[in-house]
Design a protein around this ligand. Structure first.
Ligand SMILES: [Zn+2]
Length: 99
């Protein structure tokens, strides 16, 4: 089975929370920085190991409660940092949807 009809040469990424594959431009990148924190990388310019998430509340809520992001980034993330990231993500989604 092939599914090359759509999105020629458009990079696709898998959401670490729901595992859906979407076009990169539809996802939000998160990056583990050198300090071991996890940040939202809206412009895609932060150095570090990255993972991608949908612009869906459910996915951001999921990564706070699960360790899927840790697996994707191959590093420990403090619960507190995870909660901060989840909050920041939900704030970001609010802005995206209101703008
Ligand atoms: Zn998702």
């Amino acid at each position: 089975m092939t599914s090359n009809l759509q999105g020629k040469a458009k990079p696709q990424r898998t959401c670490v929370a729901c595992r859906q594959v979407k076009q990169k431009g539809e996802m939000v990148r998160v990056v583990r920085t050198a300090e071991g924190k996890v940040e939202i990388d809206i412009k895609g310019k932060i150095e570090g190991r990255g993972a991608y998430l949908c612009r869906e509340r459910a996915c951001w809520e999921k990564i706070v409660k699960s360790n899927q992001l840790e697996h994707a980034l191959k590093s420990k993330i403090k619960q507190n940092d995870r909660e901060q990231l989840g909050k920041a993500g939900l704030e970001m989604l609010k802005e995206l949807h209101s703008g």
